[in-house]
Write a protein of this length. Structure first.
Lengths: 395, 323
C-alpha cells in the first residue's frame, strides 16, 4: 500500500524564494507496522486505517505552505505493512531514495529498521515505541524519538501526584513484559520524586472477558475482590501497557481512590480536546482534513515531519546529515502547541516536550509541574537525564 | 449608506463632548467591555459576537470593528450607542486585523485558512485574498501605507505584502510563533514578537520598504522560568523612544529603550497579558490580561502600573478612541 500524500505543489517553485536558494525537494515516508492484536477495551481506541498517515498529510500541507516562500517542496509517502514484510518495505523506500522515515512500530522492529536506514544514510523518527532501552543501550545515532519514553510518561504522572501530595501509591500492573516495563518506570519515578509504593499487585492476563457478552458483569465482581485488603494508599497507579484491564479500574476498586497512569488520568502527547497554546488551530486544520479526531500517533508523525520541515527551513538543506546536526544543535527550537518550545536531548535523540495529563475529556494538568526545576530545562525533569543515560551513539 | 454617513457625522460632532473610551474584546465572554479612560470606570458591556478577538476603530473613532472569530465575520458597532450596524465579510476565523489610515480597507488575518483577506469597509466587499504562511496572526501597516505585514505562527515568518498589488514581496524568518508586528511611526523599523521563541525580532526597513533582520531581543526576569517569558503584544511610542512588550504568562510588560534596544524595566500587570493600546497622547498604556479577566493601566511617563479594572471573561484585545 503506497500512496502519495497531500497535494504536490508543482507551482511552489514559481514563488519568489526568500532564501534565494535553489529549489529543494524533501521526500519522506511514514512506515507503519500493523501488528495482529486483540480488540481494544473501548471502541474509542480502535486503530483507524489512516492512523499516523493523517498527521503526515497535515504536516505536508503545513510544510508546503512554508516551503512556497523558501523554494522547498515536501512529499511524504505512506506505507502500512505487517511485521514480516516491514524490512522489505523499508528497503523499497530506501532504494527509492527516501532519506527520512517516520517509523510507527514496536521496539523490536525499530532497532532493526533503523539499522537498515543507517546503512543508506537515512534518518528515522520513532513515533510510537516508548521503551527506555531504545533511548539507552539500544539507541542509534540515526534514530530520533518523537514519542515520549515510558520514563517521561511515568515522571509526568508522578510529578502531578507529588504536587497533589498523593504520596502513597498502590501500583497495579499487568503481567505482560510491556506492562512490567511500565511498572518499573513507575517504581523509578516514585524513587525519583519521593513517593512510596505501599503495595503492588499484578493482575494476571488470563484472556479477559468478552465485552460484547456483558463482560462488565464479571469485571464488576472480579476487580474489587482482587483489590481487597491493601495497605492504605492515596492513589492507584495503573501500569497496563497492553490495554487489557486498566480501563476497568476507576469504578471497580475496593477502596475508592483516584486512578492514574494507564487509566483515569493518563499521560498523552495530544488529545482532541486540547485547546491551549493555539492548539485549537491545529485541531481545526486536522479535523477539516481528516473528518475525525486526532490521535497520539497522528500528532507524533505531524510533529516528526514538522521537525524535519523546520530544520530544512532554517538550514536551506535537505541533506540528512545537515538536518540531523541542526536538529540536535542548540539552535533548534519548534512550537508544537505545548506552551513552550520543543527541543532534542543531544545525548539520546529524545524530543523534550511537556506531557498532557488527560482524563478522557479535558486536559487536567500539564507536566512538568510547577516547582520541579532543572539546571537545563524543566522538561529534563521528565525521563532520563544526561548523567543517567546508557546511550553512547551520539557521543 | 445615507444612514451610515449620518451616524458618522453625529459621532464626530459628539466626540469632543465625551471622554475617551477603551473597548475590550472578551474572547470567552463573547462581549465587549467599555471603559472610560478618564475615570477608568466600566461604562457598559455589550454582546460582541462569538469569540471576539481583534478589535480596532475607524480613524474618526465612530465605528468599532471586531473580529468575531467563530462567526467568521467582522462585526461593526456604533461607538456611542453600541448598536451593531452591520457585518463585513472577513473570510473564515478572523483573528487580528489592521485598518488603513484612511479607514479602508481592513487587512484581516484568517487563522485557519492561511490567508490575509482585504475588505473594503465602505463597499463591504472583499478586494483580495492573499495566501500567506500557516496560522496567520499579527498584522501591521507601514506608515506610508505601502506595505502590510503579516506574521504566520507556524511558518515563523513576517510576510511583507505590497498594498498596490497584494503580492508578497519579502519574507523574513523569525523565531517560533510570531504573534504581533509593530512599525515605528517613521517607518524605519519593525518589531515582531515570537511567543514561543521568547524574542522580539528587530527588522530595519529601507526607504523602499525592503526589510533586513537587525537583531533579536531576549528577556530575563529573576525568579521567572525563561519558558514563561512569552512576548505577544508590542507597542512603540510615536517618537520611538520606548517599546513595550507584553510577556504573556510572565505577567509583565517589558520596557525596551528605543535607542539601545535593551530591556530597561519590567512592569507587573495582570495574568497572561496579551494585547495593548495607548490612550491619545500616549499618557497611558492599557493591557488586556487574559487569565485575571482585567485590564491594567500603565502610566507611560512613570512606567508604572497604576490601576487594574475588571472586565469580561478572557479579555483579548483593546482599542481606544482617538481625541
Amino acid at each position: 500500500m503506497l500512496k502519495s500524500l497531500g497535494p504536490l505543489l508543482a507551482a511552489a517553485c514559481l514563488m519568489v524564494s526568500a532564501a534565494g536558494a535553489e529549489a529543494q525537494e524533501v521526500r519522506a515516508a511514514v512506515l507503519r507496522v500493523d501488528y495482529p492484536s486483540l480488540l481494544p477495551i473501548s471502541r474509542y481506541d480502535l486503530r483507524t486505517e489512516d492512523l499516523a498517515f493523517a498527521g503526515a498529510a497535515l504536516a505536508d500541507e503545513d510544510n508546503n505552505t512554508t516551503g512556497r516562500f523558501m523554494g522547498q517542496t515536501y512529499e511524504t509517502v505512506t506505507v502500512a505493512t505487517a511485521p514480516e514484510t516491514a524490512a522489505e518495505e523499508m528497503r523499497a523506500l530506501l532504494e527509492d531514495g527516501i532519506r527520512y522515515v517516520v517509523l510507527d512500530a514496536r521496539a523490536g522492529e525499530v532497532t532493526a529498521l533503523s539499522d537498515m536506514a543507517a546503512e543508506a544514510g537515512a534518518l528515522v523518527f520513532n513515533v510510537r515505541a516508548p521503551e527506555v532501552a531504545l533511548r539507552g543501550e539500544a539507541c542509534r545515532a540515526n534514530l530520533l524519538h518523537i514519542a515520549p519514553s515510558v520514563a517521561m510518561q511515568a515522571d509526568a504522572v508522578a510529578q502531578f501526584a507529588i504536587w497533589k501530595q498523593w504520596k502513597r501509591w498502590l501500583l497495579v500492573s499487568g503481567s505482560n513484559p510491556e506492562d512490567r516495563a511500565l511498572a518499573e518506570a513507575y517504581r523509578r519515578a516514585a524513587r525519583k520524586f519521593g513517593a512510596t509504593i505501599v503495595e503492588e499487585r499484578e493482575f494476571e492476563d488470563t484472556g479477559g472477558a468478552r465485552r460484547t457478552d456483558s463482560g462488565h458483569v464479571l469485571v464488576q465482581r472480579q476487580l474489587p475482590t482482587f483489590l481487597q485488603g491493601t495497605e492504605a494508599h492515596d492513589v492507584v497507579i495503573a501500569a497496563d501497557a497492553t490495554d487489557y484491564f486498566a480501563a476497568y479500574l476507576p469504578y471497580h476498586l475496593w477502596t475508592p481512590r483516584p486512578v492514574m497512569g494507564s487509566a483515569g488520568l493518563r499521560p498523552v502527547t495530544i488529545h482532541a480536546a486540547h485547546e491551549a497554546w493555539g492548539a485549537t488551530q491545529f485541531q481545526n486544520r486536522f479535523e477539516e482534513l481528516t473528518r475525525r479526531h486526532v490521535q497520539e500517533e497522528d500528532y507524533n508523525s505531524w510533529l516528526a515531519l514538522r521537525v524535519l520541515g523546520e530544520a530544512v527551513t532554517r538550514t536551506s538543506s535537505a541533506d540528512p546529515q545537515v538536518v540531523e546536526e541542526y536538529i540536535l544543535s542548540d539552535a533548534f527550537e519548534l512550537a508544537a502547541f505545548k506552551g513552550q518550545k520543543v527541543t532534542f536531548r543531544q545525548w539520546n535523540g529524545q524530543l523534550r516536550q511537556p506531557i498532557l495529563l488527560y482524563d478522557d475529556r479535558i486536559t487536567v494538568s500539564v507536566s512538568p509541574q510547577e516547582g520541579f526545576l532543572h539546571q537545563r530545562s524543566p522538561l529534563d525533569t521528565l525521563g532520563l537525564d544526561a548523567p543517567e543515560t546508557d546511550c553512547t551513539a551520539f557521543q | 449608506m445615507k444612514h451610515l454617513m449620518l451616524s458618522a457625522t453625529l459621532c464626530m460632532a459628539a466626540t469632543g463632548a465625551f471622554a475617551g473610551k477603551a473597548f475590550v474584546s472578551n474572547e470567552r465572554g463573547n462581549t465587549i467591555t467599555v471603559v472610560d479612560t478618564e475615570t477608568w470606570e466600566v461604562l457598559d458591556e455589550f454582546a460582541g459576537g462569538n469569540r471576539p478577538r481583534g478589535i480596532t476603530l475607524s480613524p474618526d473613532g465612530s465605528l468599532l470593528y471586531v473580529c468575531a472569530s467563530d462567526d467568521d465575520t467582522v462585526r461593526v458597532f456604533d461607538t456611542e450607542t453600541y448598536e451593531e450596524l452591520y457585518t463585513l465579510p472577513s473570510g473564515p476565523d478572523p483573528e487580528l486585523f489592521v485598518i488603513h489610515p484612511s479607514g479602508s480597507p481592513l487587512y484581516i488575518a484568517n487563522e485557519d485558512d492561511n490567508l490575509v483577506t482585504v475588505t473594503d469597509t465602505a463597499d463591504h466587499t472583499i478586494l483580495a485574498e492573499v495566501p500567506v504562511g500557516v496560522e496567520p496572526e499579527g498584522m501591521a501597516i507601514s506608515p506610508d501605507s505601502n506595505w502590510v505585514v503579516n506574521t504566520s505562527e507556524t511558518t515563523n515568518m513576517a510576510h511583507f505584502i505590497d498594498t498596490s498589488d497584494y503580492e508578497i514581496k519579502h519574507n523574513i524568518l523569525v523565531d517560533q510563533r510570531p504573534r504581533y508586528a509593530e512599525y515605528l511611526d517613521d517607518g524605519t523599523r519593525l518589531f515582531v514578537s515570537s511567543e514561543i521563541g521568547g524574542t522580539v525580532s528587530v527588522i530595519d526597513v529601507a526607504e523602499d520598504g525592503t526589510p533586513t533582520l537587525r537583531q533579536k531581543i531576549g528577556f530575563e526576569v529573576p525568579g521567572v522560568l525563561p519558558e514563561w517569558l512569552q512576548p505577544v503584544g508590542v507597542k512603540a511610542k510615536s517618537d520611538g523612544s520606548r517599546i513595550f512588550v507584553a510577556l504573556g504568562p510572565a505577567n509583565r510588560v517589558a520596557v525596551i529603550d528605543g535607542a539601545s534596544l535593551e530591556v530597561v524595566d519590567y512592569i507587573m500587570v495582570g495574568q497572561r497579558v496579551w494585547q495593548m493600546a495607548f490612550t491619545p497622547g500616549e499618557e497611558y498604556l492599557v493591557t488586556t490580561n487574559g487569565n485575571s479577566n482585567d485590564i491594567t493601566v500603565i502610566d507611560v511617563a512613570a512606567e508604572k502600573a497604576i490601576k487594574s479594572i475588571q472586565v469580561g471573561q478572557q479579555p483579548w484585545g483593546v482599542a481606544i478612541t482617538p481625541d
